[in-house]
Design a protein around this ligand. Structure first.
Ligand code: ZN
Length: 244
């Protein structure tokens, strides 16, 4: 049985060794939160870690089923928000190198610890928070990027710096499977979420425009269903409609 602090995850293998996970627990959004796992000859790359320690543990166990044991482990955080970072320690403690945008790193620990307390307070009304969040432990990334960065981790992994939704968003593009993981820069099934700390909509839109140059088969948004690349344009149109 899956722990209630994981939600009702759905797992799809969309290319050999490339997994997308949707509907991980989200304590406020019914739509859940998403994550990805890429297995290469030499590495396992996690993209985001869910909103609870239980989600992070679930993602680790899912990947472990097909690991040989000598892979290098990476966790790429698409941005610093609680629903994508709270599971991080359950992957990091197995030796993962954590990578994030420099601006996400600046904010991650202090702001997220504050958010954790707020979330725990709100969960407490219905549940015991430790039963739902698990042992959330946040920490600074091991590596940060400020601009687009290509990594060779067995497969080529492109990290695209696309600030907008937050000051430090990263999209992850995997050329072998033509999958783009966008974090919350692109959403499906809900309008793009303009946060108090979002950058100008112009910057956000310009960064989304850059994504349209990629050869994309699938997009895994931060929330919502696995999608086709036309959702980028849908998100751009919404943001344009909100521009003053
Ligand atoms: Zn999110």
């Amino acid at each position: 049985m899956i722990h209630p602090g994981v939600g009702n995850p759905e797992v799809q293998e969309i290319a050999p060794g490339v997994f997308v996970i949707t509907k991980l627990v989200h304590f406020f959004a019914k739509i859940g939160v998403n994550a990805g796992i890429i297995h290469t000859q030499e590495s396992v790359i996690f993209i985001d870690s869910g909103m609870s320690a239980y989600s992070g543990e679930y993602l680790w166990n899912l990947a472990k089923e097909r690991m040989e044991g000598d892979e290098a482990i990476y966790l790429i955080l698409t941005h610093k928000d609680t629903d994508h970072c709270f599971g991080m320690n359950e992957i990091r403690k197995h030796g993962a190198t954590v990578i994030a945008h420099e601006r996400a790193a600046e904010i991650l620990q202090g702001a997220s610890n504050l958010s954790r307390n707020l979330i725990a307070q709100r969960i407490r009304k219905k549940f015991h928070p430790e039963d739902m969040l698990g042992p959330v432990v946040l920490s600074q990334p091991d590596q940060t990027i400020t601009g687009d960065t290509t990594l060779n981790l067995g497969d080529e992994i492109q990290l695209l710096a696309i600030p907008g939704h937050t000051p430090g968003d990263i999209a992850v593009y995997h050329p072998r499977s033509k999958v783009l993981f966008t974090g919350d820069a692109v959403l499906e099934g809900m309008d793009p979420y303009i946060r108090p700390d979002s950058l100008s909509l112009k910057t956000w839109i310009q960064n989304l425009e850059r994504l349209k140059d990629l050869d994309i088969e699938w997009i895994l948004p931060g929330h919502g269903a696995l999608s086709k690349p036309d959702i980028i344009e849908n998100n751009i149109q919404f943001l344009m409609s909100k521009q003053a």
